[in-house]
Design a protein. Structure first.
Length: 157
């Protein structure tokens, strides 16, 4: 299985705009159009297509956001697998790929994301990857989850 992550370009933007989540998930994540609009407004966002064997199966948006002087957070801000590709394990595969990409790109020790409290399927997936709630809420009232890569000996997990 060939896993790749590609920037959004003129060549793939229409396919990305055509991605859809399942009906039960629609209230939990913005459309890809809304995400791309946000990325145009804020250069910190990096929207990407998620591919398996050269087939677009999902979308993600991530970025580094300065919090205070000298301190910031790496966010996995959006993550979705198209409804046609759900149920085949691609969520786990692509989440692994996105975590690896964020660690490689930002040399980060922590990744943040936010999730609606009633999005049980997403929470279950994120918990499998050692994300945990940190008792914070984002500006939309979503609960923030965090994954730390440092263990007690200072080694990456």
């Amino acid at each position: 299985m060939d896993i790749t992550i590609h920037d959004v370009t003129q060549e793939n933007v229409q396919a990305i705009l055509n991605l859809r989540v399942g009906a039960a998930q629609q209230g939990f994540i913005e459309s890809t159009q809304q995400c791309l609009d946000e990325a145009k407004e804020c250069a910190n966002y990096k929207p990407v297509g998620l591919y398996v064997d050269h087939e677009l199966i999902g979308f993600s948006m991530y970025g580094y956001f300065q919090e205070r002087e000298g301190d910031g957070r790496v966010w996995l801000d959006r993550f979705l697998i198209d409804a046609n590709y759900q149920g085949f394990g691609y969520g786990k595969t692509m989440l692994t790929a996105m975590i690896d990409k964020l660690v490689d790109e930002f040399a980060c020790e922590t990744i943040y994301l936010s999730v609606y409290e009633d999005n049980k399927a997403a929470i279950h997936l994120y918990e499998k990857f050692d994300f945990h709630f940190n008792d914070e809420l984002d500006e939309n009232g979503e609960k923030i989850m965090v994954k730390n890569f440092q263990n007690i000996n200072g080694q990456r997990q």
